[in-house]
Design a binder for this molecule. Structure first.
Ligand SMILES: NC(=O)c1ccc[n+]([C@@H]2O[C@H](COP(=O)([O-])OP(=O)(O)OC[C@H]3O[C@@H](n4cnc5c(N)ncnc54)[C@H](OP(=O)(O)O)[C@@H]3O)[C@@H](O)[C@H]2O)c1
Length: 281
């Protein structure tokens, strides 16, 4: 890659995506900022000679193809795709509607699948590129209630990216998963978080308390999205970007706890685990 690269960022009308687009522009890169509303992009980022605003709902595969085509038409290439768009369907699994669960998967698993599928032919032609996917610590470990759909989508995107890495590496294409802890964006605001309607008496008290706990975190998250965006621009320029980046001290804790848990689980029934082969194998 040359010093000036071409970025495509999803969900760049508000939240972390705006910071990523701004940090990439500040570093001298060209940016295709995409969002469901292009007006939101211009309001957030203003006009810039290296900026192209494109409408993209990540659940729409054809719009993803069109966004990549617009990128190549304007800037001639696509170097860094950032799968960032996200939302949060929150609730106890039994109280969540199937539609809400599916909508989480459509946005935060099939969204990255759709946009990555659209981007790879261009990156393969170039024999270079980086696919960055903003996952979550909830893609490493589920650390609380209300996370079934969100964690399912984030664990899904972890598997998708990890499995994709070896397939595209021969073409000079890299992948990088980013697992943020709590960052102060709009994710926990009513615009991005939808709580399941309380419907089951057995859950009533816990639902009330858990909704209150999540709501009380809105606006108080420790992580600074501007610092994360700058870190991502830095990491993306490395000759060997990390396969995973724990974003935040809380994320490092989650990684370490999960690693320790997995080691303990591998060991817990070692005798039984290691004696499951055919007798002649
Ligand atoms: N903030 C955190 O603490 C945290 C922690 C871990 C992971 N993350 C992940 O970080 C990413 C960015 O989230 P954020 O924290 O910046 O949240 P945010 O402030 O709520 O922003 C979410 C962005 O995603 C966009 N979006 C939602 N659905 C979309 C769709 N179908 N198509 C296109 N854009 C869509 C939203 O656009 P609209 O304005 O159109 O809704 C908005 O720009 C997400 O993947 C999230 O899961 C965040």
């Amino acid at each position: 890659m040359t010093d000036k690269t071409v970025w495509l960022v999803t969900g760049a009308g508000r939240g972390l995506g705006v910071h990523i687009a701004r940090a990439a522009l500040d570093a001298g890169h060209a940016v295709v900022a995409t969002a469901r509303s292009t007006e939101a992009i211009i309001t957030a980022l203003g006009e810039h000679e290296n900026l192209l605003a494109v409408a993209l709902d990540v659940t729409d595969p054809q719009a993803a193809t069109a966004a990549v085509a617009a990128t190549v038409e304007r800037f001639g290439q696509l170097d860094v795709l950032v799968n960032n768009a996200g939302s949060f369907q929150a609730g106890f699994f039994e109280e969540m509607t199937p539609e809400a669960f599916r909508s989480q998967i459509e946005t935060t698993l099939f969204g990255p699948v759709n946009v990555t599928r659209a981007a790879l032919p261009q990156m393969r032609t170039q024999r270079s590129g980086l696919v960055v996917t903003i996952s979550s610590t909830a893609g490493i470990a589920s650390t609380g209630d209300f996370l079934t759909a969100y964690a399912a989508s984030k664990f899904g995107v972890e598997g998708f990216m990890e499995a994709l890495a070896t397939e595209v590496e021969p073409f000079g294409i890299r992948t990088m998963l980013v697992e943020p802890g709590f960052f102060r964006t709009e994710l926990l605001s009513p615009q991005s978080t939808q709580y399941a309607e309380p419907t089951i008496e057995d859950y009533t008290d816990r639902t009330r308390q858990t909704v209150q706990a999540w709501r009380s975190m809105d606006g108080k998250q420790g992580g600074d999205p501007a610092k994360l965006a700058t870190a991502l621009v830095h990491l993306s320029a490395l000759p060997e970007p990390p396969a995973r980046f724990a974003a935040g001290a809380d994320a490092v804790d989650v990684f370490e706890a999960k690693a320790a848990t997995l080691l303990a689980q591998a060991d817990a029934h070692r005798e039984l685990s290691t004696n499951l082969a055919h007798d002649d194998a």
